[in-house]
Structures are given as structure tokens and as C-alpha cells.
Design a protein around this ligand. Structure first.
Ligand SMILES: [Zn+2]
Length: 466
């Protein structure tokens, strides 16, 4: 019995763990690397042969957990991919989107490099194509939360609500080899206890081994109670000045969370009714998944449904899919809220909306998520005087606002609270899915508070499960 760490080990993306149990090989997640320093790994062969893998357990749909599944299939994986029903729906949307972006990127890169006389270190082909995603989608076996699944001979798994994004799961594994039985928990990505729409993360009392994420393992979030107040202030201010509010947002969860808050503010009459455009075909498709899975909502949202309301719907909300519908938003008269992707303004429709609004002092660009270094979003956050978009220069006259407190990840105290639910020391606890510093600091924190046996595995480390 053995675990190997092939991703999200002293870094955040590319989640990928391999379990060797009773002669079978089972992967937990097969994620895409999104951090610049590690992206080269997306192009390299897997550190194992995909043909030898018997099954995959997918904790949730995010690209950094699901994004290399089509590559695994392309290179010979023939087993089943187990995940929750909502994860299955959202993962398909994310994988098709990724294939599409890669196919487009390759075309442009080839032309650009030819013109500049440059050469890419990798072949000019997508890591996987739409056809690979078609094949992957066929292999997904959707399961319900808390339903025990026999994955392979000697390994059973239960998916438990992780409260991170719709369908996200913590895995509880029971592994058997001869007369030896060991249990193991994978936290997956852990949400925050009071996040809108979603249920709270599941806690566990006992396990032999624990693998816990540490994205914010060395930080404490601001209370998210401030979000509705700040949102109301920004919307009212923009409405009074007659401008638009342009919101760069991620398609999965953040957009729906925003709709939830706007819904409540509208019901409470804290903001005026105005057109709200969800101008992202991907966000619209993910919102449809929310409509299909009301059974996953928390009590507060269930009560909303019982009143005949839906967290992702309210008067004035318009879901725009086609390019023509999107272009029509620019000629809309009066104030409107425009939510579009990408979340860091690196591409997509948001760039057009920013161009149309950035020179208007009555408009507002409102950030609701982390903006990585080197992105247009990050540049805009610093409120520069001028900015270049699509090769043209614009004067920044619009207000730039940021709402803090949105986070789909538990912070240090919340992660530790989850660990504290364990009534006895596990045989070993692995800290993963965090930048090196965050993972190490969190590991030390756990050890200091509990005295438990903790390690922070590195890429390609393996450990015998004794
Ligand atoms: Zn995630």
C-alpha cells in the first residue's frame, strides 16, 4: 500500500496523487498545471504509464484537478472516472472549454511565431483536443454524495461534501490488502463554513491517513459578512452616477455567488432593480448545472427555493450566450451590471466591456477575485492613468473597486478546525496543495498544536502506508 505525490505537492495546481493498493493503481485527481513555473509539466509525459491506471477518483471539477484527464485518456487510460453528478456536469464544461482554448491558442501561436521567427519548445499541437474530451466524458461514472463505491478490488470510496464548489468532494477511502485495512481522507479543496449556496465542509472523526490542502494554510481571511455591504455601496454609487458596473468573474461558483448576493440585495430593496448581464456562455452553462442540482444547496438556499426564488435568478437578470447579444450590451442605455470572463481579464468578453467603460468616469470596474501578477486585471487594480487593451491605449477614468472576502478556500483556522474534528491522531498527515511556504507553515502549525506526525511531500515523493 503506497501513495505517490505527482502534483499539488509544494505547489497549488496540477493535483495528482497515485495510490497503489492490492495490486491496483488508482489516481486521485489529474489536474492541469496553471502556475507559470510548472506549466511545462502539462506537456511532459506522465510520471507513470496511463495504461496501468485502473481508475480515477476526481475530487472536483476545477481545471487544476480535472484538466489533464483527457490527456490521460489520450495516452491509454481505459478505466472509470468516479466523481459526483454535479462534478461530472461541470468538469465536462471545463474540459471542453480548455480543449477549445488550446486549439485556438495553437493556431495563433503558430502564426505569431512564424512571423517573429521564434520556435516553441513544445510541438504546435493541443495537449488534448475536443475529441479527447468526448472520449473522457464517456468514461465518467457520476455518483451521489455519501454513497460508497467499490472502485477496484481492495479500495472503496465515499464522496463527501467539501463546500468548495458545487459537487466538490472530500474522499473517504477504505483500502484493503490481505488482512490489513487502512482508511484515508483526501480533503480535496476545502470551502469556507459559511459560503453562500453550498453546504459546510464535511468533518471526520477518524482515519489512518489524512491528505489536507493548504492553499491558505498560512493566512486568515477577512470575515465575508462585509461582502453584501460593499457590493450594495458600489452598485448604488454606480447607479447614481448613471454608469455601468463591469465585473470580471470566474465562470464557476464566483459568478453564481455574485448572483446570489445580488438576488438578496434586490429582495431586501438595498439596491435598485437594473439590468444584470451574465455575459459568459461558460458561466451560463455552469449556472444551468446549479438549476439542475437544488438538492445540493444549504439550508438558507433551500428556504429560498421553498419561497419560489432561485439563488441564481432574479428580475432583471439576462443570460447572454451569442456574440451578437454580447455586443448589444454596449448600446444598452442607463446603468447595468455586466459580469463576464475571464476572471483575471486575460481574454474573453470582459476585455471588450472594459474597453467600452474604462474611459467613462461614471462607470466602475469591480474586482471580486484574486488577480495574478502579469494579468490585465492586476494592472488595472493599481488604477494606472493609461492602459493598453488589444494593442490600443485607453485613459483610465472609470472607478476601480475591489471586494475582499470572496474565497472558495478555507483559511488556516478553518483548515485547522476541520483537522481538530479528528478524535485521535492519524498515523500520518500529509499537507499538500499549497505554495511551499504556506504548506510548510501549516504543517508546522498542525504539529505544534497537536504533536501529530506531519509531512509536506515534494513532487514525486512516495510513502508506504504501513
Ligand atoms: Zn478547486
Amino acid at each position: 500500500m503506497k501513495i505517490s505525490f505527482f502534483g499539488a505537492a509544494q505547489n497549488v495546481t496540477g493535483s495528482n496523487y497515485l495510490l497503489d493498493v492490492n495490486g491496483s493503481r488508482v489516481l486521485v485527481d489529474c489536474g492541469y498545471y496553471q502556475e507559470r513555473d510548472f506549466r511545462y509539466r502539462n506537456h511532459e509525459p506522465f510520471p507513470y504509464d496511463p495504461i496501468d491506471i485502473d481508475a480515477v477518483l476526481l475530487t472536483h471539477a476545477h481545471l487544476d484537478h480535472s484538466g489533464l484527464l483527457p490527456k490521460l485518456v489520450k495516452h491509454g487510460f481505459k478505466g472509470k472516472i468516479f466523481c459526483t453528478e454535479a462534478s461530472a456536469d461541470i468538469a465536462k464544461i471545463i474540459m471542453y472549454d480548455s480543449a477549445h482554448i488550446q486549439e485556438e491558442d495553437i493556431k495563433h501561436k503558430k502564426k505569431r511565431h512564424a512571423k517573429q521567427g521564434r520556435k516553441s519548445p513544445y510541438p504546435y499541437e493541443a495537449i488534448f483536443t475536443t475529441e479527447d474530451v468526448d472520449a473522457t466524458a464517456e468514461m465518467i461514472v457520476p455518483v451521489k454524495y455519501e454513497q460508497e463505491v467499490q472502485v477496484v478490488d481492495g479500495l472503496k470510496c465515499t464522496f463527501n461534501d467539501a463546500g468548495h464548489i458545487l459537487g466538490a468532494a472530500m474522499l473517504y477511502l477504505t483500502m484493503q490488502e490481505g488482512d490489513k485495512t487502512r482508511t484515508m481522507i483526501f480533503s480535496g479543496d476545502m470551502g469556507r463554513p459559511d459560503a453562500p449556496i453550498l453546504c459546510n465542509p464535511t468533518t471526520f472523526e477518524k482515519a489512518d491517513y489524512v491528505v489536507v490542502e493548504s492553499t491558505y494554510g498560512n493566512r486568515v481571511h477577512k470575515p465575508n459578512k462585509d461582502i453584501p455591504n460593499t457590493l450594495a455601496r458600489i452598485i448604488n454609487q454606480a447607479h447614481r452616477s448613471g454608469g455601468n458596473i463591469v465585473v470580471p468573474s470566474f465562470a464557476v461558483e464566483r459568478s453564481q455567488e455574485l448572483l446570489f448576493h445580488m438576488h438578496n440585495l434586490l429582495i431586501e430593496k438595498r439596491i435598485p432593480q437594473m439590468p444584470v448581464f451574465l455575459d459568459s456562455p461558460m458561466a451560463v452553462r455552469v449556472t444551468e448545472v446549479f438549476h439542475r442540482h437544488p438538492e445540493l444547496f444549504d439550508e438558507e438556499t433551500a428556504a429560498m427555493l421553498a419561497r419560489g426564488e432561485h439563488p441564481c435568478d432574479f428580475p432583471g437578470l439576462m443570460l447572454t450566450r451569442s456574440v451578437d447579444e454580447s455586443k448589444a450590451i454596449a448600446v444598452n442605455k442607463g446603468s447595468a451590471i455586466i459580469i463576464a470572463g475571464s476572471g483575471m481579464c486575460t481574454g474573453g468578453r470582459i476585455k471588450h466591456h472594459i474597453k467600452h467603460n474604462i474611459e467613462k468616469p461614471e462607470s466602475t470596474i469591480m474586482f471580486v477575485g484574486y488577480q495574478a501578477v502579469g494579468t490585465l486585471g492586476r494592472t488595472l487594480l493599481a488604477a494606472p492613468e493609461k492602459i493598453r487593451i488589444h494593442g490600443e491605449e485607453y485613459t483610465v477614468s472609470a472607478r476601480i473597486e475591489k471586494i475582499n472576502g470572496f474565497s472558495a478556500h478555507a483559511d488556516r483556522n478553518e483548515l485547522f478546525g476541520w483537522i481538530s474534528a479528528l478524535k485521535e491522531a492519524p498515523r500520518h498527515l500529509f499537507v499538500t496543495h499549497g505554495e511551499s511556504e504556506a504548506a510548510k507553515e501549516f504543517g508546522e502549525y498542525i504539529n505544534l498544536k497537536t504533536g501529530w506526525d506531519v509531512s509536506i511531500p515534494e513532487y514525486c515523493d512516495e510513502q508506504e502506508l504501513i
